[in-house]
Design a protein around this ligand. Structure first.
Ligand code: HBI
Ligand code: FE
Length: 283
């Protein structure tokens, strides 16, 4: 992995790519930027985010500034056994999988600059913590992430990396869940973006397709725009149960075949209607 073009400081990494967070070193400006980012998102959460995400976010109580990962880990560990580990940024796949398989979630330590308020290329601590960490408090989703991580070594050995990456992309970063109140968001890549939070539930230019493991694993994605396709689960158990299958036959069957286009709709796809746009909070 070429770290020279990555944002983070990889000069002090331990063998497992973890670093010290040095929480006392964050500046008042960084804490103020965190509060601005948090305030922009929090008003959207009640109507757009899934209940398990909202419950986790409230438990973490991270409105006041950049969170201390050790303190958040002490809360999380009591709920699902997950702890957070500080990392400089993206880490190699095998390292990432090993952390998840051992209920450790890697959280980037640096925070975006005010100029990057609306968009940044690499995940920063706001994306990782505000986007991913609340759902680590959900027992079933936590079980899924551990099972997902345990699939890593076999995928590396059997040419399945891109299939596993698509599963993470669509179901951890951009996943939707169907509820009696309608579609709700749990994907971290959506919940750390105010624009995509509204877009993902309501915009007719994208499709919402029922989760199917092979369909997701075969579907291409773009990293620099809103998603053309969102996959929908009925319950988190669907993700955990999907990991109960042997993935090697899928890797073998599709190998280096052309992926399904990111905006494709296939005859067997189960389509979900977009949500009606919600009136902005008045008053
Ligand atoms: N590293 N720190 C970090 N965070 C991620 O989300 C991450 C990663 N390395 C690889 C990766 N994600 C994806 O390729 C997963 O699909 C494996
Ligand atoms: Fe992420």
């Amino acid at each position: 992995m070429d770290f020279s073009n990555l944002r983070g400081d990889y000069s002090n990494i331990r063998p497992d790519y973890t670093v010290d967070q040095n929480w006392a070193d964050y500046t008042e400006e960084e804490h103020a930027l965190w509060r601005r980012l948090y305030r922009r998102m929090i008003g959207l959460m009640p109507d757009h985010a899934a209940k398990p995400y909202n419950d986790g976010l409230h438990r973490l109580d991270c409105a006041d500034g950049v969170p201390n990962l050790e303190k958040a880990s002490d809360k999380l560990e009591k709920l699902t056994g997950f702890r957070l580990v500080a990392v400089p940024g993206l880490v190699p796949d095998d390292v990432f999988f090993d952390h998840l398989a051992n209920r450790r979630f890697p959280v980037t330590v640096w925070l975006r600059t005010p100029e990057e308020f609306d968009y940044l290329v690499e995940p920063d601590i706001f994306h990782d913590f505000f986007g991913h960490v609340p759902l680590l408090s959900d027992p079933v989703f936590a079980d899924f992430l551990e099972a997902y991580g345990k699939k890593g070594p076999e995928a590396i050995e059997h040419g399945g990396l891109k299939y596993l990456a698509r599963l993470y992309w669509y179901m951890v970063e951009f996943g939707l869940i169907n509820t009696p109140e309608g579609l709700r968001i749990y994907g971290a890549g959506i919940l750390s973006s105010s624009g995509e939070t509204v877009y993902s539930l309501t915009d007719k230019r994208s499709n919402r397709i029922g989760f199917d493991l092979e369909r997701v694993m075969r579907t291409d994605y773009a990293i620099d725009d809103y998603q053309k396709t969102y996959f929908v689960v009925e319950k988190f158990e669907d993700l955990f149960d999907a990991c109960d299958r042997d993935f090697k036959p899928i890797y073998k069957k599709y190998g280096e075949a052309e992926p399904i286009a990111k905006d494709a709709v296939l005859p067997e796809d189960r389509l979900y209607k977009p949500e009606a746009p919600r009136m902005p909070m008045t008053g």
